[in-house]
Design a binder for this molecule. Structure first.
Ligand code: FES
Length: 108
């Protein structure tokens, strides 16, 4: 069963019944506030996830992600959660310091 663990949100764990779902959709469906300034269109980087483990379980970076990677605005261990699809297995991610919400308590 696909699973997302958000490390700096007290290792919050999200299980998905289905594979091949966008990461941000799984996060939002589970009631977790996650930044998405451009409306999940791949036109900002506010939704990025820092992938600690399980990069191989995500879809290949798409054109929007490669665009930001080429601009050095998305590092090789980072993905846009509105573009990356969780295909299988587990990913362990972190929210970037810059994208933390003031109304949410993070564990680190
Ligand atoms: S919400 Fe803007 S790139 Fe994902």
């Amino acid at each position: 069963m696909p699973r997302i663990v958000i490390e700096n949100l007290f290792n919050l764990s999200i299980n998905s019944e289905a594979s091949h779902r966008k990461v941000i959709e799984l996060i939002h469906e589970n009631g977790i506030d996650w930044m998405h300034a451009c409306g999940k269109k791949g036109r900002c980087t506010s939704c990025k996830i820092i992938v600690q483990e399980g990069m191989q379980n995500l879809s290949e970076p798409n054109e929007r992600e490669l665009f930001y990677r080429n601009q050095n605005r998305l590092q090789s261990n980072e993905r846009l959660s509105c573009q990356a699809v969780l295909e299988k297995g587990e990913i362990i991610v972190r929210v970037a310091e810059i994208n933390k919400f003031p109304h949410i308590e993070y564990s680190e």
